[in-house]
Design a protein around this ligand. Structure first.
Ligand SMILES: C[S@@+](CC[C@H](N)C(=O)[O-])C[C@H]1O[C@@H](n2cnc3c(N)ncnc32)[C@H](O)[C@@H]1O
Length: 471
């Protein structure tokens, strides 16, 4: 049982979830499911609304008790939460002067209950568990059972969403609090296809700080099983904006804006954007200014003389921003622009100092999940090296408020961020033009559209996002 996913929904979001599916009146006889109920945060509000509505309809206490037992269904895998939930709901009964009932609740795994029934409403805040955090057999089980999980590194919540849609009656309604990344992440493509016909509203809280201790950026999505509307209503809660989006325009990634695409030229047709090298052990390769002494022909670190011939300038968006000087051990060379790898013997005889220094990290270097053919003294991932020996621009994968672009020399080997070089066939634009384009207000607006919110106002973008930009 993964307890990390037990982040409960704040009260005002609970009210919004219930309002958005119209869980407000005429509730008697309409079944509702909360399939990951935790300690009953959402259910407490559900039960109180149900009782209030029944009282307005002047139903008897016996009718209300029978209705509660039949119409409200809940599931929770964790025994401790399940018991807390029953206790919290019994408390609601007591406060309403109702005798206890036998709740229709399961202390079970939602995916192990084959026939949970059909419901007029499904509401909830399902567990978010990344692919990496799931057990192997769980990954396989979900992959085989759910269309939304067929491809790549899906999240556990995808399966919850799919199963919940299947549990709705023909005109059923569903409201789920979900991570807003599902609208853009590559592996969410199947899920987006699955929910597209049913989705009718998105209330996006990406800028709002919802869970004190969780970095997840959330949104409420509202679905209707017999939705016939070709549009969806997108509400940007922080900006106070509502936009009607034609679903036809929702393609691979979902952008919630009706602005015309600003230009016709695709950035990637003129420039190549790639991720930099990954040493997979920066502490072994990166030499910080405060840790080395510069000698004639060497950088001395902890008494070891590392040959200057095997060291290059390096940079990261962060080191550039804070004007920090760093060097990097570069256990390769270039011959007429082509990358040359050393044999271990050549490396030892040409650079005994660098060899001795890296050997000091041998155990950690061996433990890296490196490329198949990488030698122990080489970088873990070296694909970028083939095209890195050019003048280039460096840009961060995380953008906060403004885009900063740093020009780097041909010989500089950056070890974090993305780099941009001009394509061979591009005679039209220079690297300086790329810098101007990426530092423009228009590009920043684009980042706000395509980026995935990570924390505060920070957005994560990919090399593909930059290449797809039109100017
Ligand atoms: C994000 S919490 C939400 C709790 C509650 N719905 C709320 O919003 O306050 C998700 C809950 O799902 C439960 N859970 C995780 N996997 C489950 C499964 N397969 N079946 C049922 N419940 C599960 C967790 O124990 C956790 O309590």
């Amino acid at each position: 049982m993964n307890k990390k996913c037990q982040v409960f929904t704040p009260a005002d979001y609970v009210e919004e979830l219930l309002d958005s599916v119209g869980y407000t009146e005429n509730l008697y006889g309409k079944r509702i499911l909360e399939n990951s109920c935790g300690d009953g945060n959402i259910l407490v509000a559900v039960v109180q609304r149900y009782i209030d509505d029944c009282n307005r309809q002047e139903l008897s206490k016996e009718q209300i008790r029978a209705g509660l037992a039949n119409d409200i269904c809940a599931i929770e895998i964790d025994k401790e939460q399940y018991e807390k939930c029953i206790c919290n709901l019994n408390n609601v009964l007591k406060l309403n002067d109702l005798q206890s009932i036998k709740w229709n609740f399961y202390n079970n795994d939602y995916f192990q209950i084959d026939d949970v029934g059909k419901f007029q409403f499904v509401v909830g805040n399902p567990p978010y568990i990344t692919y990496k955090e799931m057990k192997k057999d769980q990954q396989t089980f979900l992959k085989n059972k759910f269309k939304s999980c067929r491809k790549g590194k899906f999240d556990y919540c995808y399966a919850f969403i799919e199963k919940s849609i299947d549990c709705l009656v023909e005109d059923g309604e569903m409201a789920y609090l979900i991570p807003s990344s599902i609208f853009k992440t590559v592996f969410g493509e199947n899920l987006r296809e699955y929910i597209k016909p049913y989705i009718k509203e998105i209330h996006d809280f990406t800028q709002a700080k919802m869970f004190n201790n969780a970095l997840v950026k959330s949104a409420i999505m509202v679905l209707s099983k017999n939705n016939k509307n070709a549009n969806l209503l997108y509400k940007d809660i922080a900006a106070g904006i509502e936009i009607i989006i034609d679903k036809i325009n929702l393609d691979k990634k979902w952008f919630f804006s009706n602005d015309a695409i600003p230009g016709t030229r695709r950035f990637g047709d003129y420039f190549q954007v790639s991720h930099v090298v990954a040493t997979l052990l920066n502490e072994a390769y990166v030499l910080k200014k405060e840790n080395y002494i510069e000698l004639d022909g060497y950088y001395q670190v902890n008494g070891v003389n590392i040959e200057k011939a095997v060291v290059r300038e390096t940079a990261t968006p962060r080191s550039k921003r804070y004007k920090k000087i760093e060097k990097i051990i570069f256990p390769y060379s270039y011959d007429k622009g082509k990358l040359v790898k050393y044999s271990q013997n050549d490396f030892i005889s040409n650079f005994p100092g660098a060899f001795q220094y890296l050997d000091g990290f041998r155990e950690q270097l061996d433990k890296r999940e490196s490329d198949k053919n990488a030698k122990w003294f080489e970088y873990g991932r070296s694909q970028a090296l083939a095209t890195l020996n050019h003048r280039k621009l460096l840009v961060s994968t995380v953008i906060t408020d403004t885009v900063s672009v740093y020009p780097l020399d041909k010989k500089c080997i950056p070890y974090a961020g993305m780099y941009i070089i001009t394509r061979k066939r591009n005679q039209l634009y220079k690297l300086d033009d790329a810098k101007t384009i990426l530092e423009s207000d228009e590009f920043m607006q684009y980042v706000k559209k395509v980026g995935i919110h990570i924390s505060g106002s920070s957005l994560r973008i990919t090399s593909k996002d930059i290449e797809e930009y039109r100017f």
